[in-house]
Write a protein that binds this ligand. Structure first.
Ligand SMILES: Cc1ncc(COP(=O)(O)O)c(C=O)c1O
Length: 375
């Protein structure tokens, strides 16, 4: 597998042109960068002959999902039934819940309703999960589609490729329909060098699962891989579908991994310096309620201050701590400071709306419609 380009420095992430009257802390999207990300990913997948089914957990917004679908995406991926319900209600008609949903009594009715409304598929990786799904779907006119999750090395969920056949037999015996297999090469997040290995693991394990199922008489249509750090490397046969999510907005972690260049960052938290009373630091008005405490081994703190060498060292609920060395000019109380979160997906989930900017103006706002729909 070819080596990806080396990462560019996180300090090269520039803040967008901003009007100075956005109330802070604000979750801001740079429209030009957002659109460029949507187009670039769709073009790359079209060139590779792979369908794009973006994971909507990153943006949780109907407007951004629409951009992705209008550009050519083939349905959406979500992580919860709640997210699926939001996008189905907005007219998205093809949704894959890439999660081993446990269909307890509370979820059964919701699953049946979604299944009647949209082309639905759900992830499975255990016999107990399959049994519960089958019970929930009892009486449905059409069988529910499922995809078996494969563990390609992330050690989170999923079975090994040779364990797919007994699970496929259970799926069939339970009256569900096997559409395919999927994996998330999450171990590609460990560092720039881990990306090619994780992509290769995605390709190998999906191919082995396909071959095992085929030999046992279970032909499948979908071999689905998906993560922003691996997508450019595993978008080729036998993979038929990719499910990246983060690529649409990006964050400091993706830049540090070399998955995207600094110019692809389209999401920022705009903050105001509220205190410089304690020497050696300033406090900004984005605490843990505006920027999550997610970390990555390649990065300090929870977010990078765009266009500087500073970072968000820690947070309390409403206070963000930024250490400022003596050699660096100290931002003043009232100054705007733009944070690039280490991890964008949980950041979006902390905000009611995204303020969309272009050329120094607010051009739109998007409601984070699936915010908090965590189950
Ligand atoms: C099952 C699954 N598919 C796809 C994705 C998208 O990956 P990324 O956020 O790296 O784009 C994720 C992310 O957590 C995931 O868990």
């Amino acid at each position: 597998m070819r080596s990806p380009a080396p990462p560019q420095p996180v300090r090269d992430i520039r803040p967008p042109d901003l009007p100075d009257d956005i109330p802070t802390p604000a979750a801001v999207v740079d429209r030009a960068a957002l659109r460029a990300n949507v187009t670039a990913m769709q073009d790359a997948m079209d060139r590779a002959g792979v369908r794009l089914r973006p994971h909507a957990k990153t943006h949780k917004c109907v407007e951004i999902a629409r951009l992705q679908l209008d550009a050519g995406a083939h349905g959406l991926t979500v992580g919860t039934l709640g997210e699926a319900e939001v996008f189905a209600a907005a007219g998205v008609d093809d949704v894959f819940v890439a999660y081993p949903v446990y269909a307890d009594a509370a979820r059964a009715a919701r699953l049946r309703e979604l299944h009647e409304r949209v082309r639905l598929a759900v992830g499975v990786d255990t016999e107990a999960g399959v049994t519960a799904l089958a019970q929930a779907m009892r009486g449905a006119t059409e069988p529910l589609d499922v995809l078996i999750e494969i563990d390609s090395g992330g050690r989170r969920c999923g079975v090994r490729p040779d364990a797919t056949v007994p699970l496929a037999r259970h799926v069939e015996a339970s009256g569900l329909r096997l559409r395919g297999v999927y994996t998330h090469g999450g171990h590609g997040y460990r560092g720039p060098d881990a990306r090619p290995d994780a992509a290769r693991d995605e390709l190998d394990t999906l191919a082995r699962a396909h071959d095992a199922l085929d030999a046992a008489g279970f032909p499948i249509d979908v071999l689905s891989a998906g993560s922003t750090p691996t997508v450019e490397l595993s978008a080729r046969a036998p993979v038929t579908e990719q499910r990246p999510g983060t690529y649409v907005l990006n964050d400091a972690q993706q830049v540090a991994l070399g998955a995207v260049p600094p110019t692809a960052v389209a999401f920022f938290v705009v903050t105001t310096v509220v205190s410089d009373a304690v020497p050696g630091q300033v406090i900004v008005d984005a605490g843990a309620k505006a920027v999550p405490r997610d970390t990555h081994p390649l990065l300090p703190g929870f977010g990078w201050l765009a266009g500087t060498d500073l970072h968000l060292r820690t947070t309390n609920d409403y206070h963000g701590f930024v250490d400022v060395p003596e050699s660096t000019p100290r931002p003043r109380v009232g100054d705007r400071v733009v944070v690039v979160p280490t991890h964008v997906c949980p950041t979006v989930n902390l905000h009611d709306e995204l303020v969309v900017v272009e050329a120094g103006r607010v051009v739109d706002t998007c409601r984070v419609a699936a915010r908090g729909r965590n189950g």
